[in-house]
Design a protein around this ligand. Structure first.
Ligand code: ADP
Ligand code: MG
Length: 210
């Protein structure tokens, strides 16, 4: 992974978040406190503002800086969780020292695992993990079978979408929505939606890469 790809991905993510303002806001208004869009917009904006500084860094250092920045700029539950993701990813990329698809899959899985540890949550609790865990598993499996990156990206887009949609029928057992009991049923989790958008944005970049 080149740092220039990380910067392109950050731009694509930011564009996607900004163009889904009403969806993200209304989902968090329905089962949270309504700030999820603002949190994500603030985080994305902070990373875009760091581009000049990130450009000259190695990918692992850039990912770690992104994590630290998100920790300090996104409020709410999602800030430290997303920060953990980037820091977990950075560590694997730093330690592995290679550029294989399997390393990226392992880095993604390590990032998701740190979110899991930090949030003390797992799949089926109506959170962002309902998108991230299935995507991490599939990414790992497809990388292990030497599937090419474009095919992997197409598959991950679908898996992220399924995970996001699946949160609709769940009761929340973590986060603000956990207090709502059955009233949370019928609403997609906002963090699951924003993670699906981010995965979609990055995978779409890869699919359309020359
Ligand atoms: P807050 O809940 O503090 O208002 P946000 O609205 O930015 O923060 O983020 C809410 C999202 O964070 C939820 O939709 C959910 O996906 C995610 N979330 C909350 N708690 C956890 C947790 N313990 N583990 C994983 N994700 C969580
Ligand atoms: Mg909120």
């Amino acid at each position: 992974m080149k740092t220039s790809f990380i910067l392109s991905a950050a731009n694509a993510i930011s564009d996607s978040i900004l163009s889904h303002e009403s969806a993200l806001e209304s989902l968090d208004r329905a089962i949270g406190d309504g700030d999820h869009y603002i949190n994500m917009k603030r985080g994305a904006g902070a990373i875009i503002d760091m581009q000049a500084e990130l450009e000259s860094l190695s990918p692992d250092v850039a990912l770690n800086k992104i994590g630290l920045k998100l920790l300090n700029t996104i409020g709410g539950a999602s800030g430290p969780l997303l920060a953990s993701f980037f820091m977990g990813m950075a560590k694997v990329i730093k330690d592995s020292g290679d550029e294989s698809v399997s390393t990226y899959a392992a880095a993604f899985a390590a990032g998701v695992d740190l979110i899991r540890q930090r949030g003390k949550a797992d799949i089926g609790e109506k959170t962002m993990l309902d998108v991230l865990i299935p995507v991490a598993h599939q990414f790992t499996a497809l990388a292990a079978s030497n599937t090419n990156v474009k095919t992997i990206s197409v598959a991950l887009i679908q898996t992220a979408e399924q995970g996001m949609l699946a949160t609709k029928d769940l009761i929340a057992t973590k986060g603000r929505a956990a207090g709502l009991g059955e009233r949370a049923i019928g609403h997609i989790d906002p963090g699951a939606k924003s993670c699906q958008l981010m995965i979609n944005a990055v995978c779409d970049l890869i699919v359309h890469q020359k």
